[in-house]
Design a protein. Sequence first.
Length: 231
Amino acid sequence: MTSPYETAKDQLLDAALIHVPFDGWSEATFRAAITDVGLDEGLARAACPRGAVDLALAFHARGDQAMVDRMKAEDLSALRFRDRIAAAVRYRLEAVEDKEAVRRGTTLFSLPHHAADGAKAIWGTADLIWDTLGDSSEDVNWYTKRATLSGVYSATVLYWLGDDSTGHQATWDFLDRRIDDVMQIEKIKAQVNENPALSRMMAGPNWLLSFIKAPSKTSRSDLPGSVTSRP
């Protein structure tokens, strides 16, 4: 059952999106949304203690959910895994109905005092993509996969914001190139592991990395995960 606070936040977000292109994710936008909805200000502040910042994060989360819903509805089984990743990122961007709202959010989360919120939101998107695709990593790979995808996603969003090509084809081409770059890194890592001399050289670092474990499902909202006493 949806709580009154979540209902209020959804109502405020819908109302705020009309004002964001003009006033950004600002206090002015938040107050205008309260007025438009006719909501008690106390309830609005309880639902969004940080005002428009919480609405910007709710907007991002709404896009994430639309992406996950589409990923589950589409049949991706015939695609190579790298193409499933590309499809997921594309679905995430295609879930955006107002590019200006994303542009304004990028500006907001580039501010030093909101940068951590922005980074966490992007990490959350990458985490949802990997989880929905069935990633079962339990070691340091859990982190490297999400960190790498966060970088790819961030770069693609910035490119997409300035892309005026038909159907955003230039963005999808850019995304494919970024994923190809990542695959080259993975290829090099595999070659290192297959080379006996290099493998011995990396034995110490790999042993240390073996202590790093993925966070539990219940602690995903707070990173990093855990370090075990034994690998």
